[in-house]
Design a protein around this ligand. Structure first.
Ligand SMILES: [Zn+2]
Length: 149
């Protein structure tokens, strides 16, 4: 598919040093539109519904906040630690700003570790963008699958 001007601009904002020092693309050299389409396809194959999965991650984030920075157990099987740094990050698609909130989740039965931020959750939910391969906040569909109830 062709890159729209909005996607081109978003991809520029995703380069290292524009919004975050690491950027959002990792080592991925594909066009943004291809990253999004291929991840949408993978999610579909895995049977992951983006709205359901985002709702679940929002729930973990909200429950995790109750730990006030310390790890807490959610639903008996998730260890969640939510930490917040000062300041805000803009969405590379230029439709909002987000607190620098990180959630570290461990699915205790499998030991699966999963890291996401308020911004990475927004990118996933709203833009279907899981971030490039090698990006520290990439939402890996296969890891997400292990985590979902
Ligand atoms: Zn956005």
């Amino acid at each position: 598919m062709k890159m729209s001007p909005e996607l081109k601009r978003a991809q520029e904002n995703m380069q290292p040093g524009v919004i975050t020092s690491a950027g959002f693309l990792g080592e991925d050299t594909r066009n943004l539109v291809d990253i999004i389409e291929q991840d949408e396809e993978t999610l579909q194959k895995l049977g992951i519904d983006i709205d359901e999965a985002s709702g679940f991650l929002h729930h973990l984030l909200e429950e995790g906040r109750k730990g006030l920075g310390e790890p807490i157990t959610v639903k008996g099987i998730y260890q969640v630690q939510v930490t917040e740094a000062r300041g805000f990050l803009a969405c590379p698609f230029e439709d909002g700003i987000f607190r620098k909130t990180n959630a570290e989740v461990t699915h205790l039965p499998s030991g699966t570790y999963f890291l996401f931020s308020e911004l990475s959750l927004h990118l996933f939910e709203k833009h279907h963008f899981l971030q490039g391969l090698g990006s520290p906040f990439r939402i890996d569909p296969f890891i997400l699958k292990k985590l979902l109830p």
